[in-house]
Design a binder for this molecule. Sequence first.
Ligand code: NAP
Length: 309
Amino acid sequence: MADQQFDKIALIGIGLIGSSLARAVKAQGLASSVAIATRSEETLERARELELGTEYHLDAAEAVRDADLVIVSVPVGASGSVAQQIAPNLKPGAIVTDVGSTKASVVAQMLPHIPKGVHFIPGHPLAGTEHSGPDAGFAELFRGRWCILTPVHGTDKAAKRRLATFWEALGSKVDEMDTEHHDKVLAIVSHLPHIIAYNIVGTADDLETVTESEVIKYSASGFRDFTRLAASDPTMWRDVCLHNKDAILEMLARFSEDLAYLQRAIRWGDGEKLFDLFTRTRAIRRSIIDAGQDTAAANFGRPDATPEK
Ligand code: NAP
């Protein structure tokens, strides 16, 4: 257990990320009260059944009353309307943050609504799964993972330190970046891989020569690893694509060029080029394992891991 850091925390949105925050805050005893707000009766009822907070609201503005820390965990396209809703009830001196996967768009949507005297510090935990909703969360989600803060100009240093300490208490490592840089980095490490996965799974689904049953039966040959990403929440990823458009389009253009290079190497039987690329990419996998960001176990440590593919 860490020390209690806040008197009251308000969690707006209680899906995978919001409910993981709720569980981690509870496990670490980081606040004496936790107000939860979500837009649907059904999700709110589930949060109550799971005992994720100490008060429950359908109105986000009610939840933020007297809160010292407000964390908005909704799809990025909804951040502006949430900020507008909560603004009148934000306590002076409160910290408002978010967990959205894109940052420039979230700042553009939320900042205009944040009253003077309230510290707005956008954030993004690089932690998640392909599951959604309050049942999907778990307290350890943020452990050992990065949380990137993208403070706006003139952010209060003490408030920033307080928010960083909060994420550290959840087990995260905290980094800081400007919003544009964040969006570029995330476009390559997260957004592009998801788009490629959605695309390849869609292509396989469209192939008339391969029956669906064969795609599923032989999926362990590689296809299966893409399906995890392609099973991610459609609302969240629709919003990510729409709200990080420029960076994603730039990365997609580079990707297409590199794919054409690979295509040419295969067409002309240029084994050396292929071998060089595959050697370089294998080293990247090694460095991810060395950085503690994945397991070295074969096939991601799946119990049915077999040496051959
Ligand atoms: P989630 O499990 O689908 O939960 C979404 C939450 O937002 C629910 O409480 C939902 O309310 C609410 N919500 C949905 N649409 C809304 C709208 N239009 N207006 C107000 N509230 C709305 O989503 P999540 O995975 O926790 O993602 C939340 C945020 O975290 C997103 O911005 C995402 O980019 C970011 N993020 C996600 C991951 C990941 O791997 N999933 C990782 C890092 C960051 P109801 O259920 O009541 O409708």
